[in-house]
Ligand binder design. Sequence first.
Ligand code: AKG
Ligand code: FE2
Length: 230
Amino acid sequence: MAHLSKRFATLTSNVRSSNGLLPDGFTFFPRFFDTHERQLLLTAALSQLDATENIRARRLQIDYRARNPISDSDPDEHLFLPDCCYTFHEGHYDNVIRDYREMRLTSWPESEFRGLTPVLDRLRALYPSRNTQTHLLHLASSGEIFPHIDNTSASGKWILGVSLGSTRILRMESPTSAVSERFDIPLPSGSVYLQRDDIRYHWRHAILPSIDRGMAKCAQRISIMIRVRV
Ligand SMILES: O=C(O)CCC(=O)C(=O)O
Ligand SMILES: [Fe+2]
């Protein structure tokens, strides 16, 4: 997969790595899931997040979907409802994340979604170790994540992220090195990245705001974040 990753990475400064491009500890699968798999994962993730919504939002959602049914040929972004149908949190000034909703997933609704189990099995085969925890993170069209390192006491030495919906840029930067290192990778729907070891502990990551922000276009994105349970 390394040769595929090269085309997607914009290297903005000196990046040390054995292949001359992405640093060791960062693996990227730009097209891990096909259309059917992506839509299944996105629908299942939305169903779990929507179950946490209040009655007013649920009514808005049901009403909107009744008037705007999904067709099979729709792009992934059309599986999202307009931003106003979800209860996104603004985040406080000291939060690393803005305009989002999230949940910890205790289990996937595998019996409700036929075909979900093999899709999850493909994903699980990528995990470097077992005993994991899963979070769903839904960014509004205006949502973004500021540079940060995940809390090291709350999870172990790798983090895996599945991206679904609007393509956003992941920015990786190493503030600790003498020479500043940074690279940007667009994360298309169905892509998967893995950060481990030094990258996970020392590099900051950020999800940049959508370039479509402010336009009518839906720029929502869901990430499925898998971490080691400690
Ligand atoms: O959405 C992503 O890909 C990254 C999310 C993230 O940085 C986090 O949950 O800590
Ligand atoms: Fe993070």
